[in-house]
Design a protein. Structure first.
Length: 382
């Protein structure tokens, strides 16, 4: 009996001005014979991707250009790419990801299973967006949340919805089975929409601030996705076919209410101040609003005079310590919280507690090179 052919794999990737990275990555992807098709969505790159890849004649490659887009929107682009596939399994790769030769041997894909990058274990956190999944499972949750239209949280939102499917089991991708091409750290933001709705923040938040504070957009999108949970009840973006290119029917895009955006931005800024600048509002519900208003007032005053966030805002060490303890109860594997707690213990001259916190930080994220130097210094004899 002739064995049935192995189901094919469709790679989906999208590009907006990452042409050089994509060119290198494609030469890697095309080496895998079980990859039966590669769908590339060119999201209005300044130099058309088809021009950059004109030398490639592999029949598995299909480039679709979308015209008229001023800003990079991952959810739209990858949902479109996935919808154009014909193979039963999808491998979602950013334009700078390389596969190692043993990738598919390390990640078999049985029914009711999917593989995804884990930002807590992946090298430099750059592989959290890699997804290997059965096509029908991807579309059972309607793909990426198209209310997420700026940087961040798109992958986490999708994984959370997949994990709520009772039949699905997730596996963490082996971070040693992939690697990432080097690119500018600000490239992710070069074509991002600012989209600030808060009446005060709109006046003061700038592109420089958002590049510096990546987590602002990440946290904002988290709150948007919670307020507007995505699923099959929503219609994905529609496109008009013009022959050599598509255009998105933007008038059909469901709006995000300004009040909801403003609320998400306020909460995101509060989170950024907590985690990055040790600005820690009280956890007492009765005082949270007052505390937050005070912190926002201080931050906006600083933005007005300097155009930048302050280095810190004074809080008591005990208040800061209690905040980290509280946060770790909710996120017990968050390495950055342990690292921040370690810094606090260092300032308070509590070396034993500092050492313990830093060990936990490395346990949950062994890629933090700086912490190895800190621990080495702590453990070395005087």
């Amino acid at each position: 009996m002739t064995p049935s052919p192995q189901p094919g794999i469709a790679v989906i990737s999208c590009c907006m001005n990452r042409n050089d990275n994509l060119k290198q990555a494609l030469s890697n992807w095309l080496q895998f014979p079980n990859i039966k098709e590669i769908i590339i969505v060119d999201w209005s790159s300044e130099i058309p991707v088809s021009q950059t890849l004109a030398h490639l004649t592999d029949p598995r490659l299909n480039i679709i250009r979308v015209e008229g887009e001023q800003h990079w929107i991952l959810s739209y682009a990858f949902n479109l790419a996935a919808s154009l596939t014909t193979e039963p399994t999808l491998l979602k790769l950013d334009a700078d990801v390389l596969l190692h030769p043993n990738f598919f041997q390390q990640h078999p894909l049985p029914p009711n299973h999917y593989w995804a990058g884990n930002w807590q274990t992946a090298k430099a956190g750059c592989l959290s967006g890699v997804l290997y999944i059965h096509r029908h499972d991807f579309f059972a949750v309607n793909g990426y949340n198209e209310f997420i239209r700026t940087y961040g949280w798109d992958d986490m939102d999708l994984y959370q919805r997949l994990d709520r499917q009772p039949h699905l089991r997730r596996g963490d991708l082996d971070s040693h089975s992939t690697s990432v091409l080097e690119h500018s750290p600000t490239l992710s933001f070069s074509k991002q929409s600012l989209q600030v709705a808060h009446p005060d923040l709109k006046q003061h938040l700038t592109r420089h601030l958002l590049v510096k504070e990546r987590e602002f957009q990440n946290r904002k999108n988290k709150y948007i996705s919670e307020a507007l949970p995505w699923g099959p009840h929503y219609q994905r973006a529609n496109y008009q076919d013009h022959g050599p290119y598509l255009t998105r029917l933007k008038q059909q895009e469901p709006p995000i209410p300004d009040a909801l955006l403003a609320q998400a931005e306020t909460q995101a800024l509060c989170d950024c101040l907590r985690f990055t600048y040790s600005v820690l509002p009280s956890f007492e519900p009765s005082s949270l609003s007052t505390q937050l208003n005070q912190y926002l007032h201080q931050i906006l005053q600083t933005l007005q005079t300097t155009g930048q966030l302050p280095e810190s805002i004074n809080v008591s060490p005990e208040e800061e310590k209690q905040f980290y303890y509280h946060a770790l109860q909710h996120s017990p594997h968050a390495s950055y919280l342990y690292a921040a707690l370690g810094q606090l213990f260092h300032q308070q001259n509590q070396p034993e507690l500092e050492l313990r916190a830093n060990r936990y930080a490395l346990q949950y994220n062994p890629t933090q090179e700086q912490l190895y130097h800190v621990l080495f210094k702590q453990l070395s004899p005087p």
